[in-house]
Design a protein around this ligand. Structure first.
Ligand SMILES: [Zn+2]
Length: 466
């Protein structure tokens, strides 16, 4: 294994002492940081990365995205959640395993170029089988990004997005409908039984599309294989209404009552939570993944960020998929999350340091990788070098506030994950972006033809739903 030296860099460690090293070195071996400090490194190394004029920071963790939406940037402006969901089906259904893998690389490209080194990919958009899941897991492995695959499924009806009075295509149920729980179990157990760089977790699409048996199985499976559980939670008002109709209570109360809720759950969105839900989330130590830009883009609402913080609920941050948020910039997500809920007294507002924590150590909690999100000896070597000779950093006033409020990801020069250089000079090292873009264009054109019936359906849903 190569011993890699990164110097001379300004280093924002985010370690327990929150040290800022003005000019220093980072030494990496076997995928972890083995030395970090001021001045030049005196020992022998195999490779040196010139980091002059750059600031090194921990890589960002995108704790909720959907790789398969990565061809959808720019689509669906001013669509409500149900209409957006059907448009997503049109773009993402009937892909071959090779096409699903190609889209993973698009997603990885967008993340690496903006300084994200780890993610939770809520996959797929529809049913999937062993071949699909293998292809997507292999694609994440090849990308080098530290990914977790959250196996999205539902085993009950999708009443929260059912299009009223519209006949679905003949193969809709086979293609888009619920999966049998025994099939989901077989898939999840096959992938969880062997440790892998890309873990596979159970991930109900949202609990209102799942039976109680499925939710209890998630809890049992996660405890048995020591995984997390990832979900969309209370994203829309329709989902809250449905929960109250089905259980006479909220989704959080239902999960808690059946004994499923625990610290293994990472819950994307979490917009429609009341005070009792928030107290249960805090008591259970469940984690919320804020997705403020996605919520704003599709008009889902505003998560109660101030109340979640006040209750001590663990927070992480995600962009959501490109269909609901167009880009993978975690810097934009941090800025929005920090500034969105500043309604109360100023002393209670979230600041840039807290938001950066959501995207680093909060993300580490979400992906269940200890030590991620800081630059310290023994921590995983996931780091980003930003060019300081860019408009976002010149002049350098406050590295943390500028990373959160000024940066967009545009100054990212180098990205290292588990000690491997995946981006250098802004270009991916493991794949050719020009070739990838051409393949993605061709694939999107093929899907337009292959899924013409679903695009038509999405148009009709957008007409009939507000
Ligand atoms: Zn999502």
């Amino acid at each position: 294994m190569t011993k890699l030296l990164v110097e001379p860099a300004m280093i924002l460690t985010l370690d327990c002492d929150e040290r800022l090293i003005e000019r220093g070195h980072i030494v990496i071996e076997h995928g972890v940081i083995v030395a970090i400090g001021s001045g030049a490194y005196a020992g022998d190394v195999d490779r040196r990365i010139d980091a002059s004029g750059m600031i090194a920071t921990p890589g960002l963790v995108n704790a909720h995205t959907h790789s398969q939406s990565s061809t959808m940037a720019g689509f669906g402006d001013r669509l409500s959640h149900p209409a957006f969901m059907w448009l997503t089906q049109a773009h993402t259904a009937r892909r071959t395993p090779a096409e699903a893998a190609l889209v993973v690389k698009l997603c990885a490209w967008a993340m690496l170029t903006s300084g994200t080194t780890a993610c939770i990919d809520h996959f797929p958009g529809q049913r999937c089988d062993f071949d699909d899941l293998h292809a997507v897991r292999d694609a994440w492995t090849e990308s080098g990004v530290r990914a977790t695959l959250a196996l999205r499924f539902f085993d009950d009806s999708f009443a929260d997005i059912a299009p009223p009075g519209i006949t679905l295509p003949d193969d809709a149920d086979r293609l888009l409908g619920p999966m049998a729980l025994c099939d989901v179990r077989a898939l999840a157990e096959a992938f969880a039984s062997r440790p892998h760089r890309v873990p596979v977790w159970p991930a109900p699409s949202n609990p209102e599309r799942c039976t109680q048996d499925a939710l209890l199985w998630c809890a049992e499976h996660a405890a048995r294989f020591d995984t997390g559980i990832h979900i969309h939670l209370a994203e829309t008002a329709a989902q809250l209404r449905l929960a109250q109709e089905r259980h006479g209570d909220s989704t959080v109360a239902h999960l808690h009552r059946i004994g499923a809720l625990s610290d293994r759950w990472s819950c994307a969105h979490s917009v429609w939570l009341d005070d009792a839900d928030i107290a249960l989330m805090a008591d259970s130590d469940a984690l919320v993944v804020l997705n403020p830009e996605s919520n704003a883009r599709i008009g889902a609402g505003v998560a109660p960020i101030a109340k979640l913080r006040a209750a001590g609920v663990r927070l992480a941050l995600g962009t959501d998929g490109a269909g609901a948020n167009d880009n993978m910039s975690m810097q934009e997500a941090m800025r929005t999350a920090a500034t969105l809920d500043r309604r109360g007294p100023r002393a209670g507002w979230a600041g840039s340091r807290e938001a950066l924590g959501w995207a680093t150590t909060g993300g580490a909690d979400a992906v269940r990788v200890p030590g991620l999100g800081r630059l310290a000896v023994g921590a995983p070597a996931d780091l980003v070098l930003y060019r300081l000779d860019s408009p976002h950093w010149a002049p350098l006033n406050d590295p943390v506030a500028q990373l959160v409020f000024a940066e967009t990801g545009a100054s990212v020069d180098t990205v290292i994950v588990a000690g491997e250089v995946l981006l250098r000079g802004g270009r991916p090292t493991r794949f050719d972006p020009v070739e990838l873009a051409a393949e993605a264009r061709a694939m999107a054109a093929r899907l337009r033809v292959r899924n013409a019936d679903l695009f038509l359906l999405a148009e009709r849903v957008a007409e009939v739903l507000p």
